[in-house]
Design a protein around this ligand. Structure first.
Ligand code: N01
Length: 533
């Protein structure tokens, strides 16, 4: 029997995949979405760990493609928690009747481009191992930037007799830590959000920290109804204004460089922004991720706050990061540092003595065994490329994407890659993605892909693929921009440094407005840098 044929195969039913499906239908195209989980929501489907919450303000962390949708939905808190965001994703899916074209519990195992018929052949594995193949003209990878969980290969993990969890694969039914001795490994955003909540439940919590992290307070609170009304009345203007911000958000980034004000004024500005909460802290000066001197002052301000908050001076010092602030994604916390003042919480520094192995009862580090009932791996993700590379994607002449990207991802606009016609990577490496509010970034990419597909159809063309020179120039451009910042100065997942053996390449593109402008210019010039055929 001939394989089912569609116009667009979409991988992933998170916010990117859902919107892509909606746009495809609007263009009269036959589209199908494959999703491993049994529901929509992507990141927010998988990351159900205690305390999971958005670090972008909820009034901004939502779709803007439909005014009725944004007017009718009400967020309850300044920073929405995971269950509310998942409810929103389901609301959107139901409102636009998306679920009927989403194949849940269906994993894409391979996607091969066939030069002979010019189609993508997508193989899937569904419920009870049922395999299937769909042929598609276009393949859209809406697989998310932080979807491939990174569970370090600790020796002895199979010996551990307690329960272990990864924050990004949290059980749907939740976990009750009451009366349990719990370990959390890692101190990134997921750990910083979950530690205060787990500490309130567990009998004892031990945090294993390899590198301390910067966190600024969320000052979370219920959304003020007056502010909501004002926001909704001005949504259009506010959304446009947010797009002019480097991360696609409304928080203010002053057009002032470090050194343009006296030190005391600068410190007062950091204090003011600390009290506002959230990412605005790094908007005090426009060049804080370029100017090391300014960055040092911003970093020291946070260290002073940690020392003021954490009562035990030794623990406080261990919690003080020394790297560039903002080099790793800044964490937005609710009572993280205060948690270390609890009697049932201890911190173990593993920077010099890594975890040697897991045992039946717990783990060994520094020659000492620590015993637990449960271990939480808050160890992050194989970011940006992980979820693409774990699928067997092959382009022209059977070239595997993993092989092409052996030395790091290479794309044109973070959206397409030479040798893989009609393959689109939503918020892929080389696009602003994780440095921005993901929702507007996703919409910009999905709209761009939709425009490309309409253009192809209008001109009777079937394929689009970047030219080699355009891709090479784009990769050089992204590297040059990142190289001019302080981002490469630490071991972050932006660089792939958290996954052993991963090539060290800065993957996202810093600067949302410049990126959007470039995309628009390319389209206006007849999709310059692309070969249409
Ligand atoms: O992961 P991470 P995350 N032994 O990679 C440590 C988004 N997010 O899940 O720094 C011991 O940041 C590792 O140590 P080190 C957000 O974009 C958003 O927390 O590599 N430790 C680090 O401390 C975020 O940036 C929200 O030395 C090991 C930690 O594990 C991104 O997801 C909430 C280890 C991993 O931190 C990832 O955050 C949560 C090992 N072998 C996440 N391997 C929002 O608020 C790793 N570590 C929206």
């Amino acid at each position: 029997m001939a394989a089912e044929q569609v116009d667009i195969a979409i991988v992933g039913a998170g916010f990117a995949g859902m919107y892509m499906l909606h746009r495809a239908r609007g263009m009269g195209l036959r589209a199908v979405v494959f999703e491993t989980g049994d529901g929509v929501g992507g990141t927010w489907y998988w990351n159900r760990y205690p305390g999971a919450r958005c670090d972008v303000e909820s009034m901004e962390y939502s779709y803007q493609f439909d005014d009725d949708l944004q007017q009718e939905w009400s967020w309850s808190e300044r920073y929405a928690a995971q269950p509310e965001i998942l409810r929103y994703a389901n609301h959107v899916a139901d409102r636009f009747d998306l679920k009927r074209d989403i194949r849940f519990e269906t994993k894409v195992t391979s996607a091969h481009f066939d030069d002979a018929d010019g189609l993508w052949h997508v193989a899937t594995e569904g419920r009870n191992g049922a395999v299937d193949t769909v042929a598609a003209t276009h393949l859209v990878m809406a697989t998310g930037c932080l979807s491939s969980a990174n569970v370090p290969h600790f020796e002895g993990i199979e010996d551990f007799e307690g329960d272990w969890y990864h924050t990004g694969r949290w059980p749907k039914e939740g976990v009750d830590f009451t009366g349990k001795r719990v370990a959390v490994i890692g101190t990134g955003s997921s750990a910083i959000q979950s530690i205060p909540v787990i500490a309130r439940q567990a009998e004892h919590l031990t945090v294993f920290q390899r590198t301390p992290n910067y966190a600024v307070p969320a000052h979370n609170h219920p959304v003020d109804p007056e502010r909501e009304t004002w926001f909704k009345a001005n949504y259009k203007e506010l959304r446009e204004k947010a797009k002019q911000g480097r991360s696609g958000q409304l928080y203010s980034v002053r057009d002032l460089k470090w050194g343009s004000e006296p030190l005391e004024t600068a410190k007062a500005e950091f204090a003011r922004r600390w009290d506002l909460g959230g990412f605005s802290y790094l908007g005090a000066y426009v060049d804080l991720l370029v100017n090391k001197e300014g960055n040092d002052v911003a970093a020291e301000f946070v260290r002073e706050k940690i020392r003021e908050t954490v009562k035990d001076p030794e623990t406080a010092e261990l919690l003080c990061p020394t790297s560039v602030i903002g080099c790793k994604r800044l964490c937005v916390d609710i009572g993280y540092f205060e948690t270390y003042n609890r009697d049932n919480v201890s911190l173990v520094d593993i920077s010099k003595a890594p975890i040697e192995r897991l045992t039946k009862k717990g783990l060994i580090t520094g020659g000492k065994e620590y015993t637990f009932d449960a271990i939480v791996f808050a160890t992050g993700f194989d970011a940006m490329t992980g979820s693409l590379n774990r699928i067997d994607i092959r382009g022209r002449n059977g070239l595997p994407l993993v092989e092409k990207w052996e030395a790091g991802p290479r794309t044109y606009l973070g959206l397409t890659t030479v040798g893989f016609p009609n393959l689109f990577l939503i918020t892929g490496p080389g696009s602003p993605s994780v440095l921005t509010n993901m929702l507007p970034t996703i919409e910009q990419h999905v709209d761009y892909v939709s425009d490309i597909i309409e253009h192809l159809r209008a001109h009777g063309q079937k394929t689009i693929e970047p030219e080699q020179e355009a891709e090479d120039a784009w990769v050089d451009h992204v590297n040059a921009i990142a190289g001019g910042t302080l981002y490469p100065s630490c071991n972050s997942w932006y660089l792939g440094a958290n996954v052993p053996g991963k090539p060290r390449v800065f993957m996202p593109y810093p600067g949302f407005p410049a990126y959007v402008k470039k995309c628009q210019e390319i389209a206006a010039n007849g999709y310059e840098g692309f070969r249409l055929g």
